[in-house]
Write a protein that binds this ligand. Structure first.
Ligand code: GLY
Length: 365
């Protein structure tokens, strides 16, 4: 079991990483909930698959259950409003505690519900996918999609606790594990050569989901995120490095109409393109870039982007939502464990990097 403190500017809390901690949920949630009303707000499918474990783990801790059909298409303000109505009908007041149970969509939406319901109630995150465990459940970003893009409407709300049961990953489809692992590779490249080495050397054991190894990489990812968020909660500076792979990745998700790629897979593609751009601009050596690319591909297969046009994608990349004052920030690798923010990048260079990434993956498959 690992207890990881997060000391963000607005709030401090703990992240528990432990196989089977769902079965002991009352022990961890009890001191946070105290004698308030607890509402478990769950993704319907996740509740169906894993709800019994949480129900047993909550034992004598009373809770009320709200389930909803979730998913990227339903990650809209109207769904949050419907959840808020259900809370209100159930008589939830300002002292209510919400526990978000599910993947990244559930965590982001219930987090946002918590930020807005009665102008703010306490939220506990219980993420059940690798991607949400290593990224979205920690750090306080919450929100929903707008027609124009992902996560464009939201708020910062740090949870009171995040409870991460790595055993919940045992039943996750292989593709979702791989997608989450691209985010873990991200942490290796932006921050930790040790984590990168581990992923490079233990690929088979990681993909076989060896329990100790999975707990280690989840805990290490959370530790890195906690350090970054402690320094920069609102993404004014350092936190931008968490967007490594995301500038290209978001554009590819939009270009493929959010139908082809899981978010983590888009980040995998985005890291390949960022590496190519970094090498072209001289931020990283050829050898180091190749090493990163090999590890990304080793955790594949990454879905093919056959038919995606680099010239059409490049303007989307330049219009990424993280654009500030007309400048697109690219997080480019310098070496494994270190990245830098580069903002004056020409469209041609972006297109060439995208094309190089497309060619490289096509040649490798
Ligand atoms: N997923 C990036 C962040 O939390 O800042």
């Amino acid at each position: 079991m690992q207890r990881i403190p997060v000391r963000a500017a607005s709030a401090a809390y703990e992240v528990i990483v432990e196989a089977d901690c769902l079965e002991k949920a009352a022990e961890y949630l009890g001191p946070v909930v105290k004698n308030r009303r607890l509402f478990v707000v769950a993704d319907e499918r996740v509740w169906h698959a894993q709800g019994d474990r949480l129900r047993k783990g909550l034992a004598d801790l009373p809770f009320e259950l709200i389930t909803a059909e979730l998913g990227e298409q339903r990650k809209r303000l109207s769904t949050v409003e419907a959840m808020a109505e259900r809370l209100h009908q159930a008589g939830a007041d300002r002292s209510a505690v919400l526990a978000a149970f599910g993947g990244g969509v559930a965590g982001d939406m219930v987090g946002f519900l918590g930020a807005a319901y009665m102008r703010g109630v306490d939220v506990i995150q219980i993420p059940t996918t690798l991607l949400s465990q290593v990224d979205s459940a920690v750090g306080g970003k919450t929100g929903v999609n707008l027609a124009g893009g992902k996560n464009l409407f939201g708020a910062f709300l740090q949870p009171k606790l995040a409870l991460i049961d790595t055993h919940a990953l045992d039943t996750l489809p292989e593709r979702e594990i791989r997608a989450g692992l691209y985010e873990v590779i991200k942490y290796g490249v932006i921050w930790s050569p040790e984590l990168f080495d581990l992923l490079e050397n233990k690929r088979d054991a990681v993909l076989a989901r060896e329990a100790e190894l999975i707990e280690r990489i989840v805990a290490e990812s959370v530790r890195i995120k906690a350090e970054v968020v402690a320094e920069d909660e609102r993404e004014g500076g350092l936190r931008r490095i968490l967007n490594y792979g995301h500038t290209f990745g978001h554009a590819l998700e939009a270009e493929t109409r959010y139908e082809l790629l899981l978010h983590g897979e888009a980040v995998g593609w985005g890291m390949i393109a960022a590496g190519r751009l970094g090498e072209a601009l001289g931020t990283i050596s050829h050898e180091e870039r190749l090493r990163i690319e090999r590890v990304i591909l080793a955790y594949g297969p990454i879905p093919s982007l056959e038919g995606v046009d680099a010239a059409r994608t490049a303007p989307r990349v330049m219009g990424d939502k993280k654009t500030i004052g007309g400048k697109t920030n690219f997080i480019l690798p310098e070496r494994i464990g270190q990245v830098k923010v580069v903002s004056d990048v020409a469209m041609d260079a972006v297109e060439a990097a995208m094309q190089a990434a497309l060619d490289a993956v096509a040649a490798s498959s």
